[in-house]
Design a protein around this ligand. Structure first.
Ligand SMILES: *[C@@H]1O[C@H](CO)[C@@H](O)[C@H](O)[C@H]1NC(C)=O
Ligand SMILES: *[C@@H]1O[C@H](CO)[C@@H](O)[C@H](O)[C@H]1NC(C)=O
Ligand SMILES: *[C@@H]1O[C@H](CO)[C@@H](O)[C@H](O)[C@H]1NC(C)=O
Ligand SMILES: *[C@@H]1O[C@H](CO)[C@@H](O)[C@H](O)[C@H]1NC(C)=O
Ligand SMILES: *[C@@H]1O[C@H](CO)[C@@H](O)[C@H](O)[C@H]1NC(C)=O
Length: 953
């Protein structure tokens, strides 16, 4: 039980932070990009802390870190015998590389250890690492392991664990990672850990196989995110000159400041990370001042580069600050561009690694890499910078999901027939079982599961809550399968005692991470509400717990019929395909007439659709269009475009009165030239953190004038050119303008925009509408907002659902579309992106969203928020890799596009007609009579009626 308590405490320590991070991330997803998408932002605008984005996959981490030699494991490959190692309650011996016969051969020319005479699963080989680890740092474990022995049946688990011994409390065991090893094969065991406290003793060990099975170990490495000794990098391929300052500060210079060489600083407290020297950028008076190197001519366009540096800060009483690596790029026409590469929180107490990737689309005449970020007066220290062509990391295969048990509830005793068995109170609240809850399934679960036995009518009433996080909980560790998307559904209701609306959240604690499984806001205690959502786990966790939480302390709440089940996406796809054919296709009759008397009855007809006119678009950015590979994929596969930032007010008028429409003009020209329609995104943005400083500082009358000027300037300039405008972005997540100018402001924006460009359809645009996880932006709230606007005379013409979604589940998305659809306005997905470390899973997510959209009558278009790696606001969401290779998600997208082209063939009937059913768009028809082959083109417009297309020869 103690272990469990410690585990909860870790979760709660992280919970608050994660909640904040989560909202922050969602809020910033458009404006502040972690990757080169932030190009063109001035250094000052990039100041915002965006490190929350910089999550790395395990693969990235371990592969990069293997280049480092800061292994905290001593004698990691047994080259020094068994020194530093200890066999726990079993025996160990070494086998030299030439000897191993029955055992698999170690790949390096070293000994390997054989751990034998094991009588328990937990017996294995250990090393005390107490003095080499510190709390808060992330450590990556990479080990090469095998198994052998007579008792080995087939496969065996090998587990990496930490034993944490404390002075005054019980020993804890921290699971790090595990792998399945089969006979005759070495496997890599990889994982990470962070210590949240400082135990008296920290022991790393490998364990796991059944008693009697020998555990084989070739090497064990643990890398910290900071502590290196000796040589820092494998310097091969580094394009940086004099990267470790062995040649003084040659080839380096100060960007607006001075650079200095050091062998130590701060009375010898600061020593080089590696080698003999490091450099400092000193005398800084601006955030953007720092150390730089000109790398012009050593960089090739359209290649991905990875950047690694060790940095630190010094002086001016600043103990911690963001340090960023940035590229300054100048085109032959002198156009300048800033590209953010990496961002790290640096400290004055240790070296911190800075890592990132970039790619140049254009052919710059000058490229300079520099470090920046800390406040003026604080020095930036640099020891070692590497810029090299990025290694290609092969994609993971499709995850194999054995026995997914679709539709089966993984919650134990969900119907409470066995009192609270399987449940426990999180914290010192009290769980009571009572009766009287609904017996039907909540709607979204019903949509997925179909006919279902009624619920029991029993519910858990949680009382005596003294913290918001208290509620009923259940461990589901062994039931959650990696990469499976789980749908979450429950009835919830508030007890008496609430003042004002309360959130109720199905939370999933995955190790120390909080994952949102669905959330509702409830403003009454009179009725039951549905909470629905979804989640997915993509990295082997040690513990997974589900708990229901959220209402204020003192407010009791009830939960009934909690269901968590794997959603069968394929089953729903079959239904969606039928639905799509039904609502999107149209009956078409080709009516042939010929000028000569040639009888074409019976002639062979081949109908081929060339393009589907259903709007499928993408976000593009100015620098993207310098890359001809990008342009080719874009123009071939999309018929709509939206500009990432180039039309936003902070972009077109970063400084008051200095207008920049050049980037938008360039993008618009490309779209016009290729017959691609455009959405105007966005005229205003109601979220305060996205508003440029000069606007924030305006007095009320000046702000009102500036707003008018913005409308006049933008809409007059582009009159008739953008078919849509997002008038005031994210009004459910911000209220900058109404807060300052009054409640009529929003409707006035719509009215004025409509007067200035009557041809444009004016949209509202917001996020987390469709996934059940954000109580601020439920479909109901969105509908109320739209109805309010309309009542005030705002000509709202369309509903934008951004679609930055995690682990989508069709019925949840569909239920939001159903609700919004009742307003009768066209709905567009305006910024769709999905994210998974696994490309196949990402492809599945994408397919879910596209199929739901195409199968829903209210949806009139889908825009994705980019497709090219390093140029998207979300990590692991790209369809095309940085250097142009189409990945699995991209392939799926192309397959779907192909599926949505209609083809038909047959013969011209006696009435000179040929009928078929197809998607709107452009077609080619080939008619073959005798030796004559006639080719014609025609267009099928969107519509419900049968369409007759005359084809004249
Ligand atoms: C790097 O510095 C050395 C020493 O000052 C100099 O000879 C060399 O030309 C520099 N290289 C470049 C590309 O600037
Ligand atoms: C540095 O910070 C400490 C404690 O916050 C303060 O007492 C001291 O005056 C500061 N020194 C300077 C130079 O600002
Ligand atoms: C409750 O669930 C159990 C299995 O978990 C089942 O045996 C029982 O019939 C169910 N009772 C009701 C009333 O649904
Ligand atoms: C719950 O709280 C009430 C007071 O609010 C108290 O009277 C009661 O004893 C508590 N019940 C439990 C089981 O702690
Ligand atoms: C909550 O409900 C009350 C009564 O129906 C209503 O007056 C109030 O505006 C609601 N609050 C919110 C935030 O919806």
């Amino acid at each position: 039980m103690r272990n469990l308590t410690a585990f909860f405490l870790t979760i709660f320590n992280h919970l608050k932070k994660l909640l904040v991070q989560w909202f922050w991330l969602k809020r910033l997803q458009e404006v502040i990009f972690p990757t080169p998408s932030m190009e063109f932002l001035t250094p000052l605008m990039m100041m915002n802390d965006n490190e929350d984005f910089q999550t790395q996959t395990l693969d990235d981490l371990s592969i990069r870190k293997r280049n480092l030699t800061n292994n905290i494991i001593h004698n990691h490959n047994f080259s020094n015998g068994l020194h530093s190692w200890h066999a726990n309650c079993c025996d160990v011996f070494l086998v030299s590389p030439s000897v191993g016969n029955s055992e698999p051969k170690a790949c390096e020319h070293h000994h390997h250890a054989v751990v034998t005479n094991r009588n328990e699963h937990w017996q294995g080989l250990e090393q005390d690492i107490t003095t080499r680890v510190s709390s808060g740092s992330t450590y990556t474990v990479v080990a090469r392991v095998g198994v052998s022995g007579m008792h080995l049946e087939k496969d065996a688990d090998v587990i990496a664990t930490l034993r944490l011994e404390y002075q005054h409390s019980e020993t804890k065991y921290l699971f790090i990672t595990k792998t399945v090893v089969s006979k005759e094969k070495w496997e890599n065991l990889e994982g990470t850990f962070v210590l949240s406290d400082k135990p008296k003793r920290v022991v790393f060990y490998l364990e796991g196989p059944a008693p009697g099975v020998n555990l084989l170990i070739e090497s064990v490495s643990i890398y910290g995110d900071g502590q290196t000794e000796g040589c820092v990098y494998n310097q091969e391929g580094n394009i940086i000159l004099n990267p470790e300052f062995e040649d003084g500060v040659n080839n380096w210079s100060g960007r607006g400041c001075k650079v200095a060489l050091h062998d130590s600083m701060g009375d010898g407290k600061i020593l080089p990370k590696s080698g003999k020297f490091f450099a400092s950028a000193t005398g800084r008076t601006q955030y953007w001042n720092g150390i730089q190197q000109d790398i012009s001519g050593r960089i090739q366009r359209k290649l991905a580069y990875e950047v690694t540096a060790f940095v630190r800060i010094f002086g001016n009483n600043v103990t911690s600050s963001s340090v960023r690596a940035t590229l300054w790029v100048q085109a032959p026409d002198s156009h300048e561009q800033y590209i953010g590469i990496a961002n790290s929180q640096a400290t004055d107490s240790d070296w911190v690694q800075l890592q990132g990737k970039f790619l140049l689309n254009g052919s710059p005449s000058k490229v300079v890499i520099y470090l920046e970020g800390p406040p003026p007066g604080t020095d930036i220290l640099l020891d070692g910078l590497m810029v090299k062509h990025a290694d290609k990391i092969p994609p993971s295969p499709r995850p194999i999901i054995e026995n997914p048990e679709y539709g089966v509830n993984i919650i134990t005793n969900s119907n409470l027939s066995d009192r609270t068995n399987g449940w426990f109170p999180l914290g010192n609240c009290v769980l009571n079982v009572e009766t009287g809850s609904p017996r039907i399934l909540p709607p979204a679960a019903r949509d997925t599961l179909g006919p279902h036995e009624p619920l029991s009518g029993r519910y858990i009433h949680t009382i005596n809550r003294t913290q918001t996080w208290m509620g009923p909980a259940q461990m589901i560790t062994d039931k959650v399968k990696l990469f499976v998307t789980y749908q979450v559904s429950a009835w919830v209701r508030l007890g008496p005692g609430a003042t004002g609306p309360q959130n109720v959240n199905v939370a999933v604690g995955v190790d120390s991470q909080w994952v949102n499984g669905g959330q509702v806001e409830i403003n009454d205690s009179d009725r039951w509400h549905e909470v629905c959502g979804s989640f997915r786990v993509e990295k082997q966790p040690a513990k997974v717990m589900v708990y229901i939480q959220g209402p204020a302390a003192g407010v009791s709440f009830m939960v009934a019929g909690l269901q968590i089940f794997a959603a069968d996406r394929q089953a729903r796809f079959r239904h969606l395909k039928r639905q799509t054919d039904k609502i999107r296709k149209r009956d078409v009759t080709l009516k042939f007439s010929t000028s000569d008397s040639n009888n074409i009855h019976g002639a062979t007809v081949i109908v081929k659709q060339i393009q589907n006119s259903f709007p499928i678009g993408s976000c593009i950015s100015r620098s993207n269009i310098d890359n001809e590979d990008f342009v080719s994929f874009f123009t071939k596969n999309f018929n709509w475009a939206v500009f990432g930032n180039e039309l936003k007010w902070y972009w077109t008028e970063a400084q008051q009165g200095t207008l920049n429409y050049k980037d938008a003009d360039d993008l618009l020209k490309l779209c016009n030239d290729n017959n691609i329609a455009t959405r105007g995104h966005c005229i205003f943005w109601d979220v305060e953190s996205t508003v440029q400083d000069w606007v924030k500082k305006l007095s009320k009358p000046d702000l009102s004038t500036a707003l008018q000027n913005r409308l006049n300037s933008l809409l007059n300039r582009y009159k008739g050119r953008f078919e849509h405008y997002d008038v005031n972005n994210e009004m459910l997540h911000g209220s900058f303008y109404p807060d300052r100018l009054g409640q009529d402001t929003r409707a006035d924006m719509f009215k004025t925009a409509s007067q200035l460009d009557p041809s444009a359809t004016l949209f509202v645009n917001d996020y987390h509408i469709e996934d059940g996880c954000d109580p601020r932006s439920t479909p109901e709230k969105y509908m109320n907002q739209i109805l309010d606007l309309v009542q005030q005379g705002a000509p709202v013409g369309g509903i934008g659902i951004q679609g930055h979604i995690d682990s989508p589940v069709g019925p949840v998305v569909c239920s939001a579309l159903d609700k919004l659809g009742t307003l009768g306005l066209p709905i567009w997905f305006t910024e769709l992106d999905v994210s998974s470390v696994n490309e196949y899973v990402r492809a599945d997510d994408l397919e879910v969203m596209f199929r739901e959209a195409l199968a829903h009558t209210a949806v009139d278009g889908i825009m994705i928020w980019g497709f090219w790696e390093l140029f998207m606001s979300r990590e692991n969401s790209h369809l095309v890799n940085a250097e142009g290779e189409i990945n699995e998600a991209g392939n799926r997208f192309l397959e779907l596009k192909k599926e949505w082209l209609s083809h038909a063939h047959g013969h011209v009937d006696d009435g000179s007609e040929f009928g078929f059913r197809g998607f709107p768009g452009t077609y080619e028809v080939v008619v073959v009579t005798g030796s004559k082959k006639i080719v014609n083109k025609f267009v099928v417009e969107k519509g419900d009626e049968q369409l007759v297309v005359p084809i004249n020869f």
